[in-house]
Ligand binder design. Structure first.
Ligand code: GDP
Ligand code: ZN
Length: 315
């Protein structure tokens, strides 16, 4: 997201002075920081190898780069986890937009995972259903279930600019400073980013004719600076990598349950102590599943996540 030195008005920093800055991108070799209104290069010591997009840091000016002295406390952090390993992916998020699209790209297993992980970190989410210009018979019913769960939903077509302005209005909310886009590949995330930030030049991929799915290209979270017209300060929009980054192994059983508000509510009435709502036939959640109070696909997402944390404990 290099936009170069845009200020030119700030006084030169004194060596040793600690300045607050926002981390906007991290690669193996360098860190880009937003310091006041400038994008500068940063370096961090090995001890700070966990520097993450979205972090606020204290940086001191060096000869040609800023040295990251400290990561300031995070209000939340999304981590990728796989078995016992965990790595921070993006932090200090004010909102996550789960980008999905109609028909086969609408994947509840992914959506529920992101909702769950965000809930455990107290990050509000909105479900963005893209490609609304295409027929969407099978998706309509599923969307209704998320509406009932009080998940905010925005249906649009980025390509046809259908309800695009309304999407921009969501981003213009002055309460937001850092947001992230999460989505499986093929849903139109790059198209959205390129439209927001033309310099982003995200590679847009064709959807595979065979599977109807896109081909995964990114593995790192990358931040882009987007400046809504109505705002004074820019918004950091973080492009999160795909499915594999939403491992849930670091969550507890209750943490997983907390991600499913309907299972959590009904589960409170379950007569079995410490029930994971999977084994007992007379479990209240299973009864609710039978009589349609819990959607089958939501329960499937839930079981997959519980199995994943159980599997992780074996190692
Ligand atoms: P990403 O993998 O999520 O980054 O998806 P891309 O942005 O690469 O988009 C995948 C494909 O979907 C591309 O061929 C886009 O042109 C197409 N696409 C994006 N938005 C829309 C839309 O609103 N409607 C339709 N019909 N196609 C879209
Ligand atoms: Zn139960």
């Amino acid at each position: 997201m290099a936009k170069g030195n845009r200020s030119g008005t700030t006084a030169p920093e004194r060596p040793g002075e600690l300045l607050p800055a926002r981390v906007i991108s991290v690669s193996r070799r360098n860190v880009k920081l937003l310091l006041e209104n400038r994008v500068v290069e940063g370096v961090s010591s090995r001890a700070l190898k966990d520097v993450t997009v979205g972090d606020m840091v204290a940086a001191s000016p060096g000869k040609d780069k800023f040295f990251i002295e400290e990561i300031l406390p995070r209000k939340n952090c999304l981590a990728r986890s796989y078995r016992e390993q965990q790595k921070s992916l993006a932090s200090n998020l004010d909102h996550v937009f789960i980008v999905t699209a109609v028909e086969s790209l609408f994947q509840p297993l992914f959506i529920d995972r992101v909702i769950g992980v965000c809930r455990s970190e107290d990050i509000p989410v909105t479900l963005v259903v893209n490609k609304a210009d295409l027929p969407a018979e099978t998706t309509v019913e599923t969307i209704e279930i998320y509406k009932e769960l009080k998940i905010p939903i925005h249906i649009m077509s980025v390509k046809k600019s259908l309800r695009w302005n309304e999407f921009l209005q969501l981003l213009a909310n002055p309460q937001l400073n850092v947001v992230a886009l999460a989505g499986v590949s093929g849903v139109g995330k790059s198209t959205i980013l390129n439209k927001l930030v033309p310099e982003a030049s995200r590679r847009t991929g064709e959807v595979s004719r065979k599977t109807g799915l896109g081909i995964q290209t990114t593995t790192l979270a990358v931040g882009y600076e987007y400046k809504p017209e109505a705002r004074v300060t820019p918004l950091l929009v973080i492009d999160l990598p795909g499915v594999q980054s939403f491992g849930v192994a670091h969550l507890s059983k209750d943490g997983v349950i907390h991600g499913f508000s309907e299972i959590e509510a009904i589960g409170r009435k379950c007569k079995f102590g410490n029930c994971s709502h999977m084994a007992e036939e007379e479990c209240e959640v299973k009864v609710a599943l039978e009589d349609g109070r819990i959607a089958f696909f939501r329960y499937e997402s839930y079981c997959r996540m519980i199995e994943e944390i159980k599997e992780a404990r074996k190692y």
